[in-house]
Design a protein around this ligand. Structure first.
Ligand SMILES: Cc1cc2nc3c(=O)[nH]c(=O)nc-3n(C[C@H](O)[C@H](O)[C@H](O)COP(=O)(O)O)c2cc1C
Length: 468
């Protein structure tokens, strides 16, 4: 019997349309070009590099406000000074230009079901990009978390967390109806002889009358290669994970230790079965920052050098937005090991296990910020190609993930280093591909690598709305 080929790891590049993403202050580094984020040439060049390096996709995180908790309340100054995820542009508008210089690279765009107020309009946007990219668009579904975004969109406060997910659930249902249920394949005739552009009997409206949304419409565009974009999600709460089990096709996992992440993966596989999906119908991708060079010593020196550019004020600014905790309210020498500040204790517990010689030293504010300053709450792999490959392999083996969402310190330098130093080692080990599974194919085909084409899989809930 022929041996089944192990699936290559999923390789995502993780970025943001702003001067920096998860390494505030690195825009000052001479090797960084992301600081010039509003220059389209930077993005075009990045897309070319990633495709040449056979990354599956470029994933663009996004938010709709400003991180203003630190030294707050409602203080914009730390974000403005440090460039911590601010200023920030609309990631949708980058995609066409990058698609025009690539053939296989996928693009994941973050869009919020809380603030993209019309599912009908968002369905149209994604259909447009799925046409223009020939099936290479993905949607990172978020429900958003910043008070500043709620205020910017005219709300006095955020919609409560679990209700945001309930809205998101209905939002998705309406977009599925539009993408899967309003046009039949082949409805566009464009036939000069019969003088028919689209055949009216193959296009129909849907009526949606739900708790949060109402729409009577047909999608404004005919079916694109994927119809429904590849669906990414990163929920961590129980409502978030339930939402993922129902909708997600690629799930981003937080977590510093593979053992803890494994618990989430196992739980998700169980939940998938409960909702009638196959346990392997979600691809799991772990966040990771790689600093790699020829030797462990060179990589460590490179890491230290990057660290010297890190902006701890900017890091505290991001931390404030993620957790709601304002670190300026604490003393510099306070030991946070047993603090009740949201999220910190579990981070410290993980760091204590994963950072060599970390036990015994006091967990001061500065130390916490240093650990968060390059790569945020995701793990780091620093070392020679074989050291980094061993770390990643351990994640795949222990956490049972399918690949990685790689953030950067400097861009495109971090990705170039990975391609130059790490990819040859990973190819030698047979864990990454030489070329896309389907060169020029749809993003869903290249992430799933299952030969089942560009459309949502049979057990996905969007399939319920297909008009046959
Ligand atoms: C790798 C990763 C990427 C994320 N990207 C974004 C993003 O771009 N925009 C956003 O608003 N939230 C983003 N989030 C946050 C999640 O959408 C989610 O709110 C968070 O994981 C907490 O889960 P919960 O909403 O279920 O509590 C991301 C989370 C992770 C782990």
């Amino acid at each position: 019997m022929a041996e089944t080929k192990p699936k290559p790891w999923i390789l995502n590049a993780f970025a943001m349309f702003s001067p920096g993403h998860l390494a505030p202050g690195l825009w000052k580094h001479p090797r960084d070009q992301a600081g010039d984020f509003a220059n389209l040439d930077y993005w075009i060049n990045l897309a070319k590099i990633l495709e040449e390096g056979k990354f599956h996709g470029l994933f663009l995180a996004d938010h709709l406000g400003i991180y203003d908790v630190y030294k707050g309340p409602a203080n914009r100054e730390p974000a403005l000074l440090s460039g911590a995820q601010f200023p920030i542009g609309d990631p949708f508008l980058l995609i066409s230009a990058m698609a025009s210089v690539t053939k296989s690279l996928g693009f994941g765009v973050t869009a919020s079901t809380t603030y993209e107020l019309s599912p009908y309009a968002l369905a149209r946007k994604f259909s447009t990009l799925d046409h223009l990219t020939r099936g290479r668009i993905g949607w990172n579904i978020v429900t958003s978390f910043l008070d500043s975004a709620a205020k910017a969109y005219g709300l006095d406060e955020q919609i409560p967390h679990d209700e945001r997910y309930a809205r998101a659930d209905e939002y998705l249902e309406l977009t599925y109806k539009l993408w899967e249920g309003t046009w039949q394949d082949g409805a566009v005739k464009k036939d000069p002889e019969t003088k028919v552009y689209s055949n009216p009997s193959q296009v129909r409206g849907i009526e949606h009358n739900g708790k949060y949304f109402k729409s009577t419409a047909a999608n404004q565009l005919p079916p694109s290669k994927q119809r429904t974009p590849l669906l990414f999600q990163a929920g961590a709460s129980s409502a978030g994970k339930k939402f993922a089990a129902n909708h997600s096709e690629v799930m981003f996992l937080p977590g510093l230790e593979p053992e803890k992440t494994r618990i989430i993966v196992d739980d998700m596989r169980k939940q998938l079965i409960e909702v009638g999906r196959k346990p392997d119908s979600i691809k799991f991708v772990a966040g990771m920052l790689v600093v790699v060079d020829e030797t462990d010593e060179k990589a460590q020196a490179k890491y230290e050098e990057y660290l010297s550019y890190a902006d701890f004020e900017g890091t505290a600014t991001l931390f404030g937005g993620w957790t709601g905790a304002d670190l300026s309210k604490f003393e510099d020498d306070e030991d946070f090991a047993f603090t009740s500040v949201a999220g910190i204790q579990s981070l410290i517990q993980s760091w204590s296990k994963t950072i060599p010689n970390s036990n015994g030293l006091k967990w001061t504010k500065r130390r916490i910020l240093q650990e968060l300053s390059l790569g945020g709450v995701h793990p780091r792999a620093v070392g020679s190609p074989s050291t980094v490959a061993d770390i990643l392999q351990r994640w795949v083996d222990v956490a049972d993930v399918d690949g990685f969402n790689f953030s950067y310190t400097v861009s495109p330098g971090t990705f170039e280093d990975m391609i130059k130093y790490l990819w040859p080692e990973l190819r030698k080990r047979g864990v990454i591909w030489d070329d896309y599974e389907v060169p020029g194919g749809a993003t869903r085909e290249n992430y799933f690598m299952d030969g089942k084409g560009p459309r949502v899989r049979e057990d996905h809930p969007a399939k319920k709305f297909v008009w046959k």
